[in-house]
Design a protein around this ligand. Structure first.
Ligand SMILES: [Cu+2]
Length: 161
């Protein structure tokens, strides 16, 4: 009887510890990252993903070895005119999934070192600051996909940057 209780409390203790360490590590979750494949000679491309932070956080920057300059841009409509420009940071409210997609915030890969072919695996490094001011570095690998969605075609970075 004693041995059984011991085993039960041990299991509880282990799961509690596991739960604690999990929440301490998994602060910012990045889902479905992808990069738009390019044609030869194309100078820039876009990277897209969904980000969920578990505390009020801020996406400060993104970097990638495939591009000389990586910027975070925001698309917005002002008086029926679509504008796009760099932003300093993207707010990531606690528990809210923020989409970086061709219609809103997106990551611009500028000054590409070479063509990004469909199926390439593109490393991206996100720097996120949480509510306590701690910096977290999130590394993801984004597969390159062909730009077939209509919204991608409408948003031609090569022409506007
Ligand atoms: Cu852009």
């Amino acid at each position: 009887m004693n041995a059984l209780l011991n085993a039960v409390s041990r299991t509880l203790l282990v799961s509690l510890l596991a739960g604690v360490s999990l929440s301490a590590v998994a602060q910012t979750r990045v889902e479905d990252p992808w990069v738009r494949a390019t044609v030869a000679g194309q100078p820039s491309s876009g990277a897209f993903m969904r980000i969920t932070a578990d505390t009020d956080s801020t996406l400060l920057s993104v970097s990638s070895p495939v591009a000389k300059d990586v910027q975070i841009h925001e698309m917005s409509m002002t008086n029926d005119v679509m504008r796009m420009g760099p932003v300093d940071a993207v707010p990531l409210p606690a528990g809210e999934t923020v989409a970086l997609d061709p219609d809103g915030y997106h990551v611009m890969l500028m000054g590409l070192n070479g063509q990004i072919k469909e199926g390439d695996q593109v490393p991206l490094t996100l720097t996120v600051k949480n509510a306590e001011g701690e910096t977290e570095v999130v590394n993801v690998t984004a597969p390159a996909r062909a730009a077939t969605a209509p919204m991608d075609m409408a948003h031609d970075h090569g022409m506007t940057h």
